[in-house]
Design a protein around this ligand. Structure first.
Ligand code: NCD
Ligand code: ZN
Length: 351
C-alpha cells in the first residue's frame, strides 16, 4: 500500500552555523528573520572594520542583542576575524570568557571584506596552535586567491595547497570548512574524519553555475564560493541528506542591497534567512530524506561545536505554496530574497 507522504515534521530548533548579520540598519532588518527560525548562529566577523579582538566581538554581540525584537530569543555565537596580527592570548581569553566561539580565516582578497585576512598562513601559526590546544574551532573560507587559478578551481586547490598542510602541521586544530561547493571538498571531509567538518549553504543545494550564467546573468545567484557544475551540487545534496555528522547547515545568508548587487562589479552574497527552512524541507523531501533534516539543521552542528542541541522544537507544515516577499526593505535599501526557482510548500509553523 502506498504511504501518504508526511505533511508535518517536528524537529529540534535549528541553528545556523554560518551567518552574516552586518551592522546598523541592515542588522536590524535581517536579524528578526533568522531569530524567527533559528536558536543560535555563528556570526561572521567581516564587518568594516572587521571584528578582530575579543572586545570588538563583545561589542558586536551587544549591538546584535540590542536590536533583537522583544519576545524573540536568539543567541549569537561570535567569531573573531583572523589577521596576521591576531594575538593568540586575546583569542584564548575571548574563548575562555565565552565571548568568541570560533575564529574565521579569510584568505586575503577571497571574498567580501576580506582585505585584512591572511596572506601568509605561517604568520598565524601561533594562533592556530593555541586554538588546537584549547579546542577552539577555526572556520575557514576555503578558496585560494591566486589570479592564475580559475575561480571554479579555487576551492579544490585550497584543500590541496593550504588546508591539508595546515591540518598536517596542527592535527589538534578543529576545522570547519565553510560553505563547501565541490565533490572534492565533500570527499576530503569524508576521508578525513579527525577534527574536520563542513557547512553547506541552502543555495548551494539548489543552484548550479547555469543558474547564474545561462540565458542571462543573474547577480542574485552570485555568491562566493561561486556555485559549480551540477555534479557538484548533487554531491552536496548527497552529503547533506546522508545524516553524516560532519556536514551541517551554515546558510551563509549574506544580505547586500540591490544597489550593491546590481552594478558592473556587483557584490557576492545571497540572502536566504527568510526561506531557508522551507527550501531545505523541499530539498530533503525530494531526496526522500526528510528524516535527516534534523541531523543537518539541528543536531550535527552542535555536536561538532560541542554544544548541546536545542531543547525546543519547530514544526514544518506542508500546504499550499508559501507566500514570502521577493524583496525586503531595509534602512540601507531593498534586499532581494533568494528565489529557489520552485514553489515552496513547507512553512515553519508559528504558535
Ligand atoms: C559573503 C558576504 O557577503 O559577506 N559573501 C558570499 O558570497 N558568501 C562573504 C562570504 O562568506 O564569502
Ligand atoms: Zn559567508
Amino acid at each position: 500500500m502506498a504511504q501518504t507522504p508526511p505533511t508535518r515534521l517536528t524537529i529540534r530548533r535549528p541553528d545556523d552555523w554560518h551567518l552574516h548579520l552586518r551592522d546598523g540598519a541592515m542588522l536590524q532588518a535581517v536579524l528578526p528573520h533568522t531569530a524567527a527560525h533559528f536558536a543560535r548562529a555563528i556570526i561572521m566577523p567581516n564587518l568594516v572594520p572587521p571584528v578582530v579582538t575579543g572586545a570588538q566581538a563583545a561589542a558586536y554581540r551587544d549591538r546584535i542583542m540590542a536590536v533583537l525584537p522583544e519576545g524573540m530569543t536568539f543567541t549569537p555565537l561570535m567569531t573573531l576575524y583572523l589577521t596576521e596580527d591576531t594575538d593568540p592570548e586575546d583569542v584564548a581569553a575571548a574563548h575562555e570568557a565565552g565571548i568568541a566561539t570560533a575564529v574565521k580565516l579569510y584568505p586575503a582578497g577571497a571574498t567580501t571584506n576580506s582585505a585584512s585576512g591572511v596572506r601568509d598562513v605561517t604568520k598565524v601559526r601561533p594562533v592556530l596552535e593555541k586554538m588546537g590546544e584549547i579546542g577552539m574551532p577555526l572556520c575557514i573560507h576555503g578558496e585560494v586567491t591566486d589570479h592564475d587559478i580559475d575561480i571554479f578551481d579555487r576551492e579544490r586547490v585550497f584543500i590541496e595547497k593550504v588546508l591539508h598542510p595546515i591540518r598536517k602541521k596542527i592535527p589538534d586544530l578543529r576545522v570547519v570548512l565553510e560553505h563547501v561547493t565541490t565533490q572534492e571538498a565533500v570527499d576530503y571531509v569524508r576521508d578525513n574524519p579527525k577534527n574536520l567538518a563542513a557547512t553547506i549553504t541552502t543555495h548551494h543545494l539548489i543552484i548550479n553555475r547555469n543558474s547564474i550564467l545561462a540565458g542571462g546573468i543573474r547577480p542574485h545567484f552570485y555568491c562566493l564560493p561561486v556555485a559549480k557544475r551540477e555534479r557538484h551540487r548533487i554531491a552536496l545534496v548527497q552529503a547533506a541528506v546522508s545524516g553524516d555528522r560532519r556536514f551541517f547547515l551554515g546558510t551563509d545568508s549574506a544580505p547586500h542591497t540591490d544597489a550593491a548587487k546590481l552594478q558592473p562589479c556587483g557584490c557576492a552574497g545571497i540572502f536566504t534567512a527568510i526561506n531557508t527552512m522551507s527550501c531545505l524541507a523541499e530539498v530533503f523531501e525530494a531526496a526522500g530524506a526528510l528524516k535527516k533534516l534534523e541531523h543537518f539543521a539541528s543536531l550535527n552542528g552542535p555536536a561538532y561545536y560541542r554544544l548541546p542541541p536545542n531543547e525546543e522544537t519547530v514544526t514544518l507544515v506542508k500546504g499550499a505554496p508559501l507566500d514570502y516577499p521577493e524583496i525586503i526593505e531595509t534602512g540601507d535599501g531593498p534586499v532581494t530574497v533568494f528565489d529557489p526557482g520552485f514553489p515552496l510548500h513547507w512553512r515553519v509553523e508559528t504558535a
